[in-house]
Ligand binder design. Structure first.
Ligand SMILES: CC(C)C[C@H](NC(=O)[C@@H](N)CC(C)C)C(=O)O
Length: 615
């Protein structure tokens, strides 16, 4: 380990830098941009693919979609264990990216209707083939995207030396910007691709292209990552670290239990009971991880609120008016406000707000930022509740009859946008109406109506549900607060998880952080099922109150948390081990260090010579 640390110092010293940042970082952030493009682009059209291509009903499509998203945040733990204990982050990213790209290609192939369209009528004849291939594809994608996620962030963090703490913090902000830049672009582009018509025998909506472009971007992500290969600092994995951690914790518990009688003096920490068998350094590292994981307990509640942007808030938008004059915004398009705001808020926070707070003499520590982030998310839900009340008031109107019921009674009524055609044999008549967002009408068709003539005047209508009068722009404040909260909570949390993790468990703690996202998603389902509140605004208030309570608990926990420098603690333990050694070992260690330094100096010379020859 000592050798590794020295090697890292040396490596970072001689690696190429741009404005104080290691050049290798460029490849990592580009890789993240392409990967997130690939992930969010595919996700944007997934439900529609289930519904219109695989012909699943809404319920099945929604549950498979959420199962897939949850799986994407559960697999990071697998990737992290493989990386920290066995393959190392670099190889794990490469291998899992290949799995990921194969998954994306499988999705693109599964969406080619011509493959099984033997009778060439435009619909696949062997749906099982398409379903199986897309499920295999989704599984591989979940394994790949989740598996590499904690590794890429931690691998990026690894590229910085101990003296580059400020640069590392900026890296995590830029990393977050790339996530959102990639996702924003892809959520705009892939729906456009899907709307195109393509096919060999017959033209259909082009899901294969909408999945194919994300697949290509994943290949680009992999290539970019490999191109940077020679520039990365690659920390070596330290064996089955997770196995050792579990065994050590198990031993501490059983040893504590064996010595439960009062005659045995108590120890400072329950993990100290493992000292009888395990290395003090490993125990110290486990203590660091447990301390952070304990702090994570309340965090899923933030994600519970955050992830309702895609569900509850989108549904809320469907009851609002999306007419912005020059453009009409669809309810699901409102979600793009989040990445757009991220792209503006992250630089503002980093270069204006945080420095300003610092200038005011306030120590705005990472945990304080995260607490404020939670508070802002709760505030976002209060805004959502206020908007909901506004919507409810505006929609207090008769709903005796809606158009769907109407169509069941008059099935011959064909709707083409706002023009209706009444048809009977060869005769037809047309009438048009202007409809507002979310409105519902009942039309009275006189039995004496003669088809073939103009029926515009003869048909009268009643407005059952008024058009949505509450404008979608009113959702902007809630999006603003949740995104400001995300910047303070998520960007900070990402960096915090890296900086507080022991050197051999960086990816594992990143995975722990991502696990809070998965748990948060499960809480949404549980609370919505259990609470079953009659009014939507009360559910928003409930979620806001829950997060506020959690925020208070978290602030108390954070108050008692002492920030650590894992490198320093690890070095101290190594020194202590050294103190216990006898003189012989000491001399031998010094000798080893000397030899190592000489080795490094020699490679320095070679590097220098290499540079000279190149010049
Ligand atoms: C941990 C993830 C939830 C964080 C991150 N998501 C975001 O940055 C969102 N603002 C993206 C938006 C398109 C939903 C991610 O890594 O995807």
């Amino acid at each position: 380990q000592l050798k590794d640390r020295l090697y890292k110092c040396h490596f970072i010293k001689q690696s190429k830098e741009v404005c104080g940042y290691p050049l290798s970082i460029f490849f990592i952030v580009v890789n993240e941009f392409c990967e997130r493009f690939s992930y969010y682009g595919m996700r944007a059209v997934l439900v529609l693919y289930f519904k219109y291509f695989l012909r699943w009903d809404d319920d099945l499509a929604t549950s498979i979609y959420h199962t897939f998203v949850a799986l994407c945040y559960l697999t990071p733990i697998l990737g992290a264990i493989v990386a920290d204990s066995w393959l190392g982050k670099f190889k794990t990213i490469i291998y899992l990216s290949i799995v990921y790209a194969i998954g994306q290609v499988a999705m693109a192939v599964s969406a080619i209707h011509d493959i099984t369209d033997t009778d060439r009528d435009g619909t696949p004849n062997n749906m099982t083939f398409h379903v199986v291939l897309s499920m295999v594809g989704l599984f591989l994608i979940a394994l790949g995207t989740g598996g590499i996620k904690p590794c890429v962030a931690a691998f990026g963090g690894d590229q910085f030396g101990d003296h580059q703490e400020r640069q590392r913090r900026t890296f995590f902000s830029v990393f977050y910007l790339c996530i959102n830049g990639g996702s924003l672009l892809s959520t705009i582009i892939t729906p456009i691709l899907r709307a195109q018509n393509c096919g060999i025998y017959s033209k259909q909506k082009c899901y294969s292209l909408a999945f194919g472009v994300p697949a290509a971007l994943m290949v680009v992500a992999l290539v970019v990552f490999i191109v940077g290969s020679g520039m990365y600092y690659k920390a070596k994995p330290e064996g089955n670290i997770m196995g050792d951690v579990c065994k050590c914790i198990g031993f501490a518990i059983s040893n504590r239990y064996k010595h439960r009688s009062k005659q045995y003096p108590s120890r400072e920490h329950w993990m100290d009971w493992a000292e009888d068998k395990y290395d003090k350094l490993l125990i110290a590292q486990i203590k660091m991880v447990l301390k952070v994981l304990f702090l994570y307990i309340p965090l899923p509640m933030f994600w519970t609120l955050f992830d309702q942007k895609g569900s509850r808030w989108t549904l809320q938008a469907t009851t609002m008016d999306g007419n912005f004059g020059a453009i009409v915004i669809q309810p699901d398009q409102m979600q793009t406000v989040n990445p757009i705001l991220i792209l503006t808020l992250v630089p503002i926070m980093d270069s204006v707000i945080y420095p300003l707070i610092k200038k005011c003499g306030l120590n705005f520590t990472p945990l304080k930022r995260m607490t404020v982030g939670m508070f802002l998310a709760a505030l976002a839900f209060v805004c959502a509740a206020v908007v909901q009340i506004e919507i409810d008031v505006s929609r207090k109107h008769l709903t005796y009859f809606n158009l769907t019921q109407f169509l069941k009674i008059f099935p011959f009524l064909i709707i083409i946008r706002a023009t209706f055609f009444l048809q009977s044999g060869q005769l037809s008549c047309a009438f048009s109406r202007d409809f507002g967002f979310g409105s519902s009408y009942t039309f009275f068709i006189p039995s004496t109506l003669s088809l073939g003539s103009n029926c515009q005047e003869s048909i009268t209508g009643a407005e059952d549900i008024k058009p949505n009068s509450v404008h979608m722009a009113l959702q902007v404040p809630q999006y603003f607060f949740i995104t400001a909260g995300e910047v303070m909570f998520s960007v900070t949390g990402l960096e915090f998880s890296y900086s507080q993790a022991p050197s051999n468990m960086k990816a594992v703690l990143q995975a722990g952080w991502l696990l809070t996202v998965a748990i948060g998603n499960f809480i949404v389902l549980i609370v919505a099922e259990v609470a079953k509140l009659p009014k939507q605004w009360t559910e928003y208030v409930l979620f806001a109150s829950l997060l506020l309570c959690v925020c208070i608990i978290f602030s108390i926990m954070a108050y008692f948390y002492t920030y650590i420098d894992p490198t320093e603690i690890e070095a101290k333990f190594r020194r202590n081990v050294g103190d216990d050694d006898d003189d012989k070992n000491d001399k031998q260690r010094k000798l080893e260090m000397e030899m190592m330094k000489r080795d490094l100096d020699r490679s320095d010379d070679e590097h220098y010579k290499g540079k000279q020859t190149k010049m």
